[in-house]
Design a protein around this ligand. Structure first.
Ligand code: NDP
Length: 331
């Protein structure tokens, strides 16, 4: 089994030197285990946080331990009754081509004809569940709301915008980091307005895109985007604080928005969350999303990088905005 490990903790942007590839000879299966050929592994922004040795909602990656994370594969060998050879399973064993672990770490998923297995890491998996929970449960989006989402061409953001439209938002606004992505937001994902945050101050661009203010902000970015949302909020506005990718590689503590007093004067609610606490929402989410996909109400992109040997590069590329939709590594 070829596996990727973290060998040192990055300061600022990670580099290839922080990782190594090892090849492990797998022993014969012991009772209770299954062996899985991974088909896709996920690279995600939260993994940057796990490279630091700090207390967080999830423990740091171990040094010289194989990196964990979402993955989907097909069973090669099994010693248990409820998992058969050929079954598709999702799991959290991450960055390796072949996984051999206790059966209880794997969940059998039903293949949907015409839907690639990578979808279980994105539009039918963790990232779109994050979008669903963050928008509906955390920000409590209601019909008629004006919704703004940052990181809008990414895995979470592209799902947020489309779910907001389907749930009756009166206007959906997105920001992303290139002209091509902005075009995709309005042309393909049905956003009403979009802008490139690299073209000028976010605060100004948001004010233009949302002349009547915003009611919901889904924050994937933090920093200047959060500050702009605080400036544009209508009274009673609600933010789901999902991520702050603009500061994940900072070496110094980030400075917060200067206009926090708007939270008081406009009676705003800013609520953070991590999706791990909301897997109970998976059945409701999966039922709705499967229907939306079938009807063509939701569309999605994925950026696929080939080979376990390119997993680290894929992670860097995602952190740099080279992905559209979910970034996955095909094994
Ligand atoms: P994406 O698919 O959105 O990929 C990351 C994107 O971030 C890049 O494509 C890039 O797009 C953008 N980005 C990178 N640097 C910056 C920057 N300085 N300013 C603005 N945008 C930047 O990743 P995900 O959809 O998986 O994750 C999106 C966010 O959601 C992250 O913050 C992540 O941590 C968070 N998240 C939180 C979860 C939770 O449980 N709370 C669960 C899953 C994700 P661009 O070209 O537009 O810059």
């Amino acid at each position: 089994s070829t596996q990727i490990q973290l060998v040192s903790r990055p300061t600022g942007w990670p580099t290839a030197d922080n990782f190594r590839t090892i090849v492990v000879e797998l022993p014969e299966l012991v009772p209770g285990q299954v062996r899985v050929q991974n088909e896709f592994i996920s690279v995600d922004p939260y993994m940057r946080g796990r490279m630091n040795d700090v207390r967080s909602y999830i423990p740091p990656f171990g040094i010289r331990e194989t990196m964990t994370g979402g993955a989907i594969g097909r069973v090669l060998e099994s010693t248990v009754d409820d998992i058969a050879v050929g079954d598709v399973v999702s799991h959290q064993f991450g960055w390796r081509d072949i996984v051999q672990e206790d059966a209880k770490g794997f969940r059998v998923v039903q293949e949907i004809p015409g839907v690639p297995l990578s979808a279980y890491l994105g539009i039918l998996g963790m990232t779109a569940l994050t979008a669903y929970v963050g928008l509906l449960d955390i920000a409590e989006m209601k019909e008629g709301d004006v919704v703004f989402v940052s990181g809008a061409a990414g895995a979470v953001g592209s799902a947020v915008g489309q779910i907001a439209r389907l749930k009756g938002a009166s206007r959906v606004i997105g920001s992303a980091g290139s002209a091509e992505k902005v075009e995709l937001l309005t042309g393909k994902y049905g956003f009403d307005a979009a802008f490139n945050y690299k073209d000028g101050a976010v605060r100004k661009q948001l004010a233009t895109a949302a002349p009547d203010g915003i009611d919901v902000y889904f924050d994937n970015v933090g920093g200047d985007h959060l500050e702009a949302a605080l400036a544009s909020f209508n009274n009673g506005g609600r933010a789901a604080l999902c991520g702050a990718i603009s500061v994940y590689n900072n070496t110094e503590a980030p400075v917060g928005p200067k206009n926090m007093a708007n939270i008081i004067s406009r009676a705003l609610t800013l609520k953070g969350f991590t999706v791990g606490g909301y897997f109970g929402r998976m059945p409701a989410f999966a039922a709705e999303m499967t229907e939306w996909l079938k009807n063509g109400d939701v569309v999605f992109d994925e950026t696929v990088v080939d080979g376990i040997d390119h997993a680290v590069d894929a992670f860097f590329a995602m952190m740099n905005g080279q992905n559209t939709g979910k970034m996955v590594v095909r094994i």
